[in-house]
Design a protein around this ligand. Structure first.
Ligand SMILES: [Zn+2]
Length: 169
């Protein structure tokens, strides 16, 4: 079974496809890098108004950390596009796996926030070889998400939180 098959099963992003994957050394540890590519139509979501807009240019490739696999760090590699939006100007596109300038994917943030309910934040950072700040920001994101999704039914679990639960707990 290919890695792409698993990723498409657990986390498919409309408008994007998983590309090549390779094992590399990153900060003296084994890491798995997976390329993300946009589909060929050239349109991207404006991060300001959220509408589909034509591409303007492409920024240097960035890495976004995903949930580790078999203890191996996992990164998505993606060169964010800028779009030319008649309403907002030239702005970066919105990608579905991370918010704003975040280098940690939303799914990994939910994963860390889930563990932070059971272990102290320092231990979570140690076990998953990440920083205390990353754990802190993940918990903060989960709390914010919970606050903004309160309704009469109570707090609804986010799709990412449900995915993480099915992977880990
Ligand atoms: Zn816009």
């Amino acid at each position: 079974m290919q890695l792409k098959t698993i990723l498409n099963r657990i986390q498919k992003h409309p408008g994007f496809v998983y590309g090549k994957a390779r094992l590399v050394e990153y900060k003296e540890q084994l890491a798995l890098e997976i390329e993300m590519n946009p589909r060929a139509n050239g349109l991207a979501h404006c991060s300001c108004c959220g509408l589909l807009r034509p591409g303007y240019d492409i920024l240097p490739q960035r890495r976004f950390q995903f949930v580790p696999l078999w203890g191996i760090m996992v990164f998505f590699l993606y060169a964010i596009r800028r779009v030319e939006c008649p309403r907002c100007g030239i702005v970066v596109e919105k990608v579905p796996w991370a918010d704003g300038k975040n280098q940690t994917t939303t799914t990994y943030q939910w994963f860390l926030a889930g563990w932070a309910k059971m272990l102290c934040w320092t231990d979570v950072a140690k076990v998953f070889r990440t920083s205390w700040e990353t754990v802190f920001r993940s918990v903060e994101m989960a709390v914010e998400w919970g606050r903004s999704h309160m309704d009469l039914e109570g707090v609804t679990a986010s799709p990412d939180a449900r995915l993480v639960k099915s992977l880990v707990f």
